[in-house]
Design a protein around this ligand. Structure first.
Ligand SMILES: [Zn+2]
Length: 73
């Protein structure tokens, strides 16, 4: 199973939304407020752990729903 990667940024160090310069250390663009995760070496918003815990959460909800359906039959 492959983890989907973020879209490659065209220019490193600039906001992908408004092309304003994005200094290192800022989590959001100073001009438009766009989240800069994955830009210019910043960690991506969707890590492998995020995907894993999201899958576990959906599976837990599925199991709870399945248990309720089976209990009411
Ligand atoms: Zn911006």
């Amino acid at each position: 199973m492959s983890v989907p990667q973020a879209v490659p940024e065209p220019v490193s160090g600039t906001c992908p939304l408004c092309d304003a310069p994005a200094p290192a250390g800022l989590d959001r663009c100073g001009s438009c407020g766009y989240a800069l995760a994955g830009v210019d070496g910043r960690p991506s918003a969707f890590s492998r752990a995020t995907l894993l815990w999201t899958s576990i959460g959906f599976f837990a909800v599925y199991l709870i729903t399945l248990a309720i359906v089976l209990a009411t039959r």
